[in-house]
Design a protein around this ligand. Structure first.
Ligand code: FO1
Length: 318
């Protein structure tokens, strides 16, 4: 296996779609993906890692195209049966998806690390890129709202991200260590990409793990970030709403500002072309292109633009 030379920081659906394109324009074996695990939850006694699974299923060609998370064609009979027993069923766990959670939970119980369990799952599903959780340790996003502090999946899925967000904490992050090999991968990377993921709840927790932000700052000239905000709206999820409720403007340039200490290239959508000058004023190089990934063609074309800007050698057939 070739050493990984492109590191990607990834949240869930937006990241997975971009990575689907990236793995088709450069060799998947060269990509080292750092996945957010602060969305992880314990539900029905199982360890759920939504972002790791979303990336895994997408790269394995198994993802549900409608939602972006879960497995295509899955059924929910187990969940229905749990409902009959009086259990909570607001978190849609499919029958096939449950196999992943059963496997992961059992491996963790046996003493395997989350990185080991993830590596076994991705290998079994024939994912050719390396996917590593940001940390093997427990880190959990807590959302502060006017009605109290909420566990992330309760805020996001059960309450449909309706609450006003006053603050966000990453419980356990300051004591957590980056997963083994992660800082070395950043140090040796030929290029680093921040996928179009929510800057607060997807990229934020990764940056909160001690050592990661500093490692990125050392590689600043090799880092590119893709804006998850297009025309003031999030490509997917509650990022724009969160920015507004935290008194920030929901704009691509505002996201760029959050990354300026470690990012050289900032990719923004054609719709936000006017913000390019603002991004440049932050000391970053703006790249304007279409970032809306409706299908495979757009995923690949965005990946190609980002790879070229970073000087990454493309596969000849890409
Ligand atoms: N997101 C939802 O909006 N509703 C669900 O019922 C739901 C179930 C689910 C099950 C497994 C899984 O891996 C992900 C799931 N997600 C669901 C997505 C997920 O919780 C969020 O998209 C991420 O945590 C945010 O990146």
């Amino acid at each position: 296996m070739k050493p990984s030379s492109v590191v990607a920081l990834a949240g869930g659906v937006g990241a997975a779609r971009f990575l689907d394109g990236l793995t088709r324009v450069i060799e998947p074996e060269r990509i080292f993906i750092i996945g957010n695990t602060a969305d992880d939850a314990e539900i029905h006694g199982l360890h759920i890692s939504p972002d790791l699974d979303t990336v895994t299923y997408t790269l394995a060609g198994l993802s549900n195209p409608q939602h972006g998370w879960g497995i295509r064609g899955d059924s929910f009979r187990c969940l229905e049966a749990l409902g009959r027993l009086g259990a909570d069923t607001w978190f849609q766990l499919g029958d096939l998806d449950l196999a992943t959670h059963l496997y992961r939970t059992e491996r963790l119980r046996q003493g395997a690390s989350l990185a080991e369990a993830t590596s076994e799952i991705t290998a079994a599903l024939k994912v050719r890129s390396r996917l590593v959780p940001m940390s093997n340790e427990r880190v959990r996003t807590r959302i502060c709202t006017p009605s109290g502090e909420l566990e992330f999946q309760t805020y996001f899925v059960k309450r449909r991200a309706r609450d006003r967000v006053t603050a966000i904490h990453f419980e356990g992050a300051s004591e957590a260590a980056p997963a083994p090999g992660l800082l070395d991968a950043i140090a040796q990377a030929e290029a680093i990409i921040l996928c179009p993921s929510n800057p607060f709840i997807s990229i934020g927790p990764i940056l909160a793990i001690p050592g990661i932000r500093t490692a990125l700052q050392r590689k600043r000239d090799k880092v590119a970030a893709i804006s998850p905000i297009v025309g003031g709206r999030a490509l997917k999820g509650p990022a724009a709403k969160m920015m507004k409720s935290m008194q920030l403007r929901s704009s691509a340039a505002e996201v760029a500002k959050l990354y300026l200490d470690f990012t050289n290239i900032f990719v923004l959508d054609e719709l936000d072309r006017k913000q390019a000058a603002q991004v440049e004023a932050f000391g970053m190089r703006p790249v304007v292109t279409n970032t809306i990934m409706r299908g495979l063609r757009e995923r690949k074309s965005l990946a190609r633009v980002v790879a070229r800007e970073l000087g990454i050698k493309l596969e000849t057939r890409a």
